[in-house]
Ligand binder design. Structure first.
Ligand code: PLP
Length: 476
């Protein structure tokens, strides 16, 4: 295939994309295949001879698409959304056509400067004060890893990178049990070790870190000769939206001199609505804040905005300059974003954020988020009024959890797992389960870019239609 073929095939792909999205409601949300179904249809070795594009596209349609779970489906209510607004998909086509590497300013000046500008637009939109700098990482997991490495190096006065961790005191990092598993992995990768991720118990309906317990843990660690390095908070945890009291944590972090990271990967998108910003009051005092425009906001994966109150510690932790990466010195005052992240190579991620923010405006995006929050609350209200259903965690923005608990069922965990399985096999909607205080509950989040009020109504219908059937099957 050459670029002249691409001219027509690319136009066909645009038609295919529009048709695919227009027909999503006709498809089951979750793939209805069994493990091994797809790989069994694929030849074990690569072809020696070229094949036609028609043959490849035919296999895409008939062998691959039936095995896809449709993340852009309007009735995708599982996990968190990974929205790809049409305009961000369009932007990605330009990005892949240009296919630049954006590691240094000079390897793509426009990409660097657009990244600086769009991050600053986002900073203002979510209410972070002037002075915070932003960088676009590939994922929240990477941003968290960067923050944890910075915590480590700052606490060790930058001896970790040079000399390694042996012979050093035990580094200690504090977080609740509600934080995402990317925090555990960052701790592993940074060589700090899971045993030194100190889990602070949570209190209250928002499942916030108990700050008295946090202070006690830090004090005890210092007395034991350990080295407290940082605190990781969450705003909108993955399970049920747990949210720490950021201001109270910052009081402790400041008095203890600890680096702080706020993981608002999902909920951060809602901070573009001023009425929700109370949720993370105190965030202006954090050192590092991550939120994913690639989740709820509509910038196609991957697009994580990572904000630093002062990037100096991060850059001192990660920057490395072999001769071949040195610039000619004429570009003083420029940013080389690869010094702010773990991988060297960097995609031109700012373009889709720029297209998205311009094509919809902040107000257009706020409208979508407000609808999702309103609809999720509406559905939680309906389920609360329905016999045998209980709301386990109240809506945190557009996320809540519920449980089907009819009388006379001994094993409610099994019943609710069966209900999730039945709902997902039905295919009209897609939900996932989680555990709250040991109980298996069903999670619901409204967040799909193309979701409508009718899709939420369908979710209610499917849930109340299937629940009694599953209960009857279990008692049969
Ligand atoms: C999704 C999520 C993550 C991980 O995000 P990636 O960008 O996929 O790495 C981390 N924390 C929270 C709270 C999340 O919801």
């Amino acid at each position: 295939m050459d670029w002249e073929d691409f001219r027509t095939r690319g136009k066909d792909a645009a038609d295919w994309a529009a048709d695919y999205h227009a027909g999503l409601r006709e498809r089951p949300v979750r793939a209805q295949t069994k493990p091994g179904d797809i790989i069994a249809q694929l030849p074990p070795s690569a072809p020696e001879q070229p094949e036609t594009i028609d043959a490849i596209l035919n296999d895409l349609e008939h062998k691959i698409m039936p095995g896809m779970t449709h993340w852009q489906h309007p009735r995708f209510f599982a996990y968190f959304p990974a929205n790809a607004a049409p305009v961000s998909v369009l932007a990605e086509s330009y990005v892949t056509a240009i296919a630049a590497q954006c590691m240094l300013w000079q390897t793509s000046p426009a990409a660097t400067e657009l990244e600086t500008r769009t991050c600053d637009w986002m900073r203002q939109a979510v209410g972070l004060p002037d002075g915070f700098s932003g960088v676009i990482q590939d994922s929240a997991s990477t941003a968290t890893l960067c923050a944890v490495l910075t915590m480590r190096e700052r606490a060790l006065d930058w001896a970790g990178n040079r000399a390694g961790l042996s012979g050093q005191p035990r580094l200690r990092i504090y977080a609740s049990g509600e934080v995402h598993t990317s925090i555990d992995r960052a701790i592993w990768i940074a060589g700090i070790g899971e045993a030194n991720l100190v889990r602070i118990p949570v209190t209250g309906p928002s499942r916030a870190m108990d700050v008295t317990a946090l202070q006690a843990a830090i004090t005890a660690d210092r007395a034991a000769g350990h080295l407290p390095a940082g605190i990781i908070t969450c705003v909108g945890g993955t399970g049920v939206g747990a949210t720490d009291n950021i201001a109270a944590v910052m009081d402790i972090a400041e008095s203890e001199g600890l680096y702080t990271h706020v993981d608002a990967a999902w909920a951060g998108a809602a901070m573009i609505c001023p009425e929700f910003q109370d949720i993370w009051a105190g965030v202006a005092r954090a050192d590092s804040v991550v939120l994913n425009p690639h989740k709820w906001l509509g910038a196609q994966f991957d697009c994580t905005t990572h904000f630093l109150r002062d990037p100096t510690s991060l850059v001192r932790t990660l920057a490395i300059q072999p001769e071949y990466l040195k610039s000619d010195g004429a570009d003083g005052g420029i940013i080389n974003y690869s010094e702010w992240s773990v991988p060297l190579g960097r995609r031109f991620r700012a373009l889709k954020l720029w297209f998205l923010l311009r094509a919809h405006g902040l107000d257009g995006l706020r409208g979508m988020i407000r609808n999702h929050v309103k609809w999720a609350k509406g559905l939680a209200g309906l389920l609360a009024e329905t016999a045998d259903f209980e709301i386990v965690t109240e809506p945190m923005l557009s996320l809540f959890s519920f449980r089907y608990a009819p009388d006379g069922v001994a094993d409610l965990d099994a019943l609710n797992q069966q209900l999730v399985n039945a709902i997902n096999a039905d295919g009209r909607i897609y939900l996932t389960q989680t555990r709250v205080d040991g109980d298996l509950v069903i999670r619901f989040q409204a967040g799909s870019w193309s979701c409508t009020a009718e899709d939420i109504a369908t979710a209610f219908d499917v849930i109340i239609e299937l629940a009694p059937k599953v209960a009857a099957q279990m008692s049969a």
